[in-house]
Ligand binder design. Structure first.
Ligand code: ATP
Length: 350
């Protein structure tokens, strides 16, 4: 299948700062992509370049095989939802949504019909006569969405569209947006710095760092097999355990003497092993092959408990389901167990 969007070696500098550094990316028809990364990594710059609000220094952007790099935003088959919604305050909700089709030459009746259809898709058909100021934050967000989808673009770009909403509403809107995207069958490129949001919504996540793409893949794949320390630490919690090769198919963790079998060492002699907190558990004191340390903290959030343990000077995080075991006491020795199959090795350079 041909890609809907192709971004090829895109570069953009602001003065001496390289905001986009040879960014290449392909997005499929009706794919939901999240651009994820810390503040300043270039997410918005990439989105604005795709939208046409910003001219790249070099590189190429194509939609459905057509080079759009030099086209202005309104000539590209896409639409953008901004963080602040950018609704017209003096127009009713219906007029806000009908504005796009009217500008594109639709008759008043046709524009109204399409606006009502778009409002219906976001569950606001009954509130078309209200003004934006009479709507809640979540409703305004839906109006902004209706306005963006009314012209049925091939591609919708969304710049942190849920950031102004409180946590509960934000979680609900994440699910609504995902359903809407599937219903419409159009591709979404969604900017966020919230990894849970990206994991919950996107088919693929593009992790960015300092103007570059660090890794691109399904959320579960990125979580399970991060390509670098940066990705491992940015997506979820990670224990990073230094290791050295101990012969073919084996490694030795610096905090433990034992040889551990691993599937791939990738020819590197040392590096870091990523071990997720849920892959560590509390073992009996006489259990073989554990990591010995001291319990530093027990933090329960109801559904699960996080334990912090000092093992050889490094704090390891353990996640257990449910409430903490009553026998766990701060300052007491603790032995942690893990299955070596859950160690994900990253090399020295990563
Ligand atoms: P955030 O999550 O904070 O919005 P971001 O990943 O979207 O961050 P960008 O807005 O793409 O980051 O900015 C990338 C870098 O480029 C930042 O260091 C920013 O300060 C810089 N930058 C962005 N726009 C401009 C501009 N018009 N002039 C100068 N520097 C800019």
């Amino acid at each position: 299948m041909t890609a809907l969007l192709t971004v090829d070696a895109l570069c953009k500098a602001f003065g001496a700062y390289q905001a986009l550094d040879r960014v290449s990316l392909e997005i499929g028809q009706a794919e939901f992509i999240a651009l994820l990364g810390p503040s300043g990594c270039g997410k918005t710059t990439l989105l604005r370049a795709i939208a046409g609000f910003l001219q790249p220094d070099s590189g190429r952007i194509a939609i459905d095989g057509q080079d759009v790099t030099a086209l202005p935003p309104n000539k590209r088959p896409l639409n953008t939802v901004f963080q602040n919604y950018a609704l017209f305050p003096h127009m009713t909700v219906l007029e806000n949504v009908a504005y796009g089709p009217r500008r594109q030459g639709a008759s008043r009746d046709e524009a109204k019909r399409r606006a009502l259809e778009a409002l219906d898709m976001v569950g606001l058909a009954a509130l078309g006569e209200r003004y934006p100021r009479e709507m809640s934050g979540g409703q305004q967000q839906r109006v902004a969405l209706a306005r963006a989808i009314v012209n049925r673009p091939r591609l919708l770009l969304l710049d942190e569209p849920l950031s102004a909403l409180d946590m509960k509403l934000r979680k609900r809107m994440q699910i609504e947006l995902k359903h809407l995207q599937q219903q419409l069958g159009i591709a979404f490129v969604f900017v966020t710095h919230d990894q849970e949001e990206a994991m919950a919504m996107a088919d693929r996540i593009v992790v960015m760092n300092a103007g570059r793409i660090e890794q691109c893949g399904a959320g579960t794949e990125i979580y399970r097999a991060p390509s670098s320390r940066f990705v491992a630490e940015f997506i979820g919690d990670a224990n990073l355990l230094p290791w050295e090769s101990a012969g073919s198919g084996y490694i030795r963790l610096s905090m433990q003497g034992e040889q551990l079998p691993v599937t791939s060492v990738n020819g590197t002699a040392r590096g870091l092993a990523v071990l997720r907190p849920e892959h560590l558990s509390v073992a009996r004191a006489d259990a073989p092959g554990g990591l010995d340390g001291t319990l530093v903290d027990v933090i329960s959030v109801g559904s699960h408990t996080m334990l912090h343990a000092n093992v050889g000077g490094q704090t390891l995080v353990v996640r257990t389901m449910g409430l903490p075991d009553a026998t766990l006491e701060r300052g007491k020795p603790i032995r942690l167990a893990f299955d070596p199959a859950n160690l994900h090795l990253i090399g020295d350079a990563a």
